[in-house]
Design a protein around this ligand. Structure first.
Ligand code: SF4
Length: 347
């Protein structure tokens, strides 16, 4: 039974972190845990309720699979963030937009995430120097959109988030702000009045304020998540998008994705990205090949209207950027992708 009075701060503070806490709470016997772990308490109860074979456990509970031999093929920095790191807390890969990384904190550690290795290394990218960040944005008028990533930007305090948004609102060429977050799913109580007030204010300040909510399966959406989405939806000019990672054993099936996209549509969220999984050390058991992904995606085109189908993309390892993966001429994958700069990259 999930304790109903659990605040998001308590749920986060008392989350399961150590191997002993995880083994005790779930009554399991993990031998080793090589990667960081955090399961907020509320989510831990949900995982227990759904069962250890459920899609929540598979995504958020550390497992012995993470240290199996085939994990050696995974990378620590699969999308090449290091190559585009700029002074401050910025990754500037595409001309008109840049990532801003204001925090290393996530409300949860997703076991397939490409950032989990960076986060635990406390990488240089995340070293904070906001003055340098501001100067970089001010001196690059080609940047129109700032994308808050991390970590999870909704783990910032309301005051901190507001102060960043306020600073960026003074830079004339910044028109769009986007926040990428898994918090509405993993810690839905965080979407509280204080936060929605900040979002409401800045949804009316910038040309577009978007939240791209990371959601992979309809069973991630319970009554608390639905209520959190409803609170976001009340902010009229807020642009609600989704991003989904295609994961073996979780959602690698057109019917599951169809259900998910229809469900989030009912919550007012527009499917935006379907990411092919990154080759992450410790997350290789979620991998599927590109041909399998293309077949799933081709099937979606039969089940959903175009506006309900996200873009299927891969972040090409090495920092070559996001590249659409669907090829209507051939479902077979040749082994070579052409990125946004017309570079041919052999995978
Ligand atoms: S919340 Fe996002 S950044 Fe954090 S571990 Fe999960 S997927 Fe990665």
């Amino acid at each position: 039974m999930i304790p109903s009075e659990l605040s998001w701060k308590d749920s986060f503070k008392n989350g399961l972190r150590s191997i002993e806490q995880v083994n005790q709470f779930f009554n399991i016997s993990l031998k080793e845990m090589h990667f960081d772990n955090l399961i907020p308490l509320h989510l831990a109860y949900r995982i227990k309720e759904q069962g250890l074979d459920g899609i929540l456990a598979k995504q958020f509970l550390p497992s012995n699979e993470e240290i199996a031999d085939h994990q050696e093929d995974g990378l620590n920095d699969p999308i090449g963030d290091q190559n585009f790191s700029r002074p401050g807390q910025i990754i500037h890969r595409y001309k008109n937009r840049a990532l801003f990384l204001p925090t290393t904190v996530c409300p949860v550690v997703c076991r397939y995430c490409f950032r989990k290795n960076e986060l635990s290394n406390n990488d240089e990218i995340f070293k904070s120097d906001f003055q340098k960040t501001l100067e970089y944005f001010e001196n690059h008028p080609e940047i129109e959109e700032i994308i808050f990533s991390g970590g999870d930007p909704l783990m910032l305090s309301n005051e901190k988030l507001e102060s960043y948004l306020n600073s960026f609102s003074k830079i004339k060429h910044i028109k769009y702000i986007r926040l990428h977050s898994r918090t509405p799913i993993s810690l839905p109580q965080r979407i509280d009045t204080g936060l929605t007030e900040v979002l409401k204010k800045y949804a009316n300040t910038f040309e577009t304020l978007s939240i791209a909510i990371h959601v992979n399966h309809k069973e991630e959406i319970d009554a608390d998540v639905t209520a959190a989405m409803a609170r976001l939806r009340e902010i009229q000019s807020l642009n609600l998008l989704s991003q989904t990672v295609l994961l073996k054993g979780i959602n690698d099936c057109p019917n599951i994705l169809e259900d998910l996209f229809k469900k989030i549509n009912r919550l007012g969220i527009r499917p935006y990205y379907l990411h092919h999984p990154d080759k992450v050390k410790g997350g290789m058991h979620f991998q599927l090949d590109i041909k399998a992904g293309r077949i799933i995606y081709a099937n979606l085109r039969d089940k959903l209207p175009g506006w309900l189908i996200p873009q299927y993309v891969l972040d090409i390892p090495g920092g070559y950027g996001k590249t659409p993966l669907f090829n209507p001429e051939a479902l077979e994958f040749s082994g070579v992708l052409i990125n946004y700069k017309s570079q041919q990259i052999k995978l």
